[in-house]
Ligand binder design. Structure first.
Ligand SMILES: [Zn+2]
Ligand SMILES: [Zn+2]
Length: 355
């Protein structure tokens, strides 16, 4: 009986493929092929790269890491392999590599299938061409699609509101969706400020957050400047009017009065001054009606007497005596007690502490 052996290494008692043991066979017929050279564009400003149509962000400013990312993310572009093999690559890039011209990158490629593995060191040449990416070009030109105009209902925007708006902007820019967007300019105005925004989507998102978190009224308009590729080109303006209330302020609508506390989902939350109960003014009701608001002066009164229908109060500063109608919520007030009250329409309203 003839012994079967590998024609290359002489190993016996093993399955043979075309007269070779598996490992010799793989050496002669590697399960992968390598494209040894490819061109990559690199943006010198943000280290994005472009291999075909799209700029891809690497989020790395380390040259070695940059090359590793480019190679790993584009494996299938320069290594073709039979699907039953798993390919592992280990680029051997020098720490001090410079990202210019042609870079020879040795790569250790390992192809694995079950218990069989074959490794080969290959050299791949990366031809780098420096050119700014679309985003960096746009940023440099300060291009924008939209303007968000922040204005206060009462003619100005407080520092607190401004910080709140900046937080909204930062949060939007940090999100995955708008990470490529930018704010080329903020223009100060007497009554507020204008925010120039690279995309309409981001502008709308910022305005919507201002509506939800700050109760702002938003209004959008579009100014056409021409057509490009069958699409309307122009600038979107979003006006954002902030209600600018501070806690404790009295807000009066035609049929509602509220001691303002906060804004939730665009609605005004506060207390009914008479009953002390929680009161909500819907966003829509608020912006559609006439609004009066002011900071009330809180005064101290002494309860002199209570009857079934009235309460007698003495202003502790002026000693003036006044009588008010007794409300359901006044039940727990006692004669001799000192209470806080405000005046709404010349009427004394006792501030009922929260229950
Ligand atoms: Zn062999
Ligand atoms: Zn760039």
């Amino acid at each position: 009986m003839t012994k079967r052996f590998c024609a290359l290494c002489g190993k016996t008692d093993i399955p043979l493929i075309e007269n070779l043991c598996e490992s010799c066979y793989l050496k002669k017929n590697p399960p992968f092929s390598v494209k040894h050279e490819f061109e990559v564009r690199i943006c010198p400003h943000c280290y994005s790269y472009k291999l075909s149509k799209k700029w891809v962000q690497t989020n790395s400013f380390n040259p070695k890491e940059f090359l590793e990312i480019v190679i790993e993310q584009n494996l299938q572009r320069f290594i073709k392999h039979s699907p039953e093999f798993e390919i592992i690559i280990q680029p051997q890039i020098a720490e001090e590599v410079e990202l210019t011209g042609k870079i020879d990158v040795p790569i250790l490629i390992t192809a694995k299938k079950n218990d069989t593995a074959i490794s080969e060191m290959v050299k791949v040449t990366v031809k780098l061409e420096s050119s700014p990416c679309g985003i960096c070009t746009k940023k440099k030109q300060g291009a924008y699609e939209a303007i968000v105009q922040f204005r206060g209902l009462r003619g100005r925007i407080s520092e607190e509101e401004r910080q709140q708006i900046y937080q909204i902007i930062d949060k939007a820019l940090e999100s995955e969706r708008y990470k490529d967007e930018y704010i080329p300019e903020i223009k100060e105005k007497k009554e507020g400020f204008d925010l120039y925004v690279s995309s309409t989507g981001l502008a709308k998102s910022i305005a919507t957050s201002a509506k939800e978190q700050m109760g702002a009224n938003i209004h959008e308009s579009f100014k056409l400047s021409g057509m490009k590729d069958g699409k309307k080109k122009g600038t979107t303006s979003v006006s954002v009017r902030l209600p600018s209330f501070t806690p404790g302020e009295i807000i009066q609508l035609t049929d509602k009065t509220l001691i303002f506390e906060k804004i939730e989902k665009g609605n005004l939350i506060g207390k009914n001054p008479k009953t002390g109960e929680k009161q909500i003014i819907q966003y829509k009701d608020f912006w559609e009606s006439e609004i009066q608001s002011w900071k009330p002066e809180t005064k101290q009164y002494l309860i002199i007497s209570k009857t079934k229908d009235t309460i007698q109060l003495m202003d502790l500063k002026t000693y003036e005596i006044a009588e008010i109608k007794r409300e359901q919520t006044h039940t727990n007030l006692k004669e001799g007690e000192i209470i806080q009250a405000i005046k709404i329409d010349e009427e004394i309203t006792i501030l009922i502490p929260e229950t």
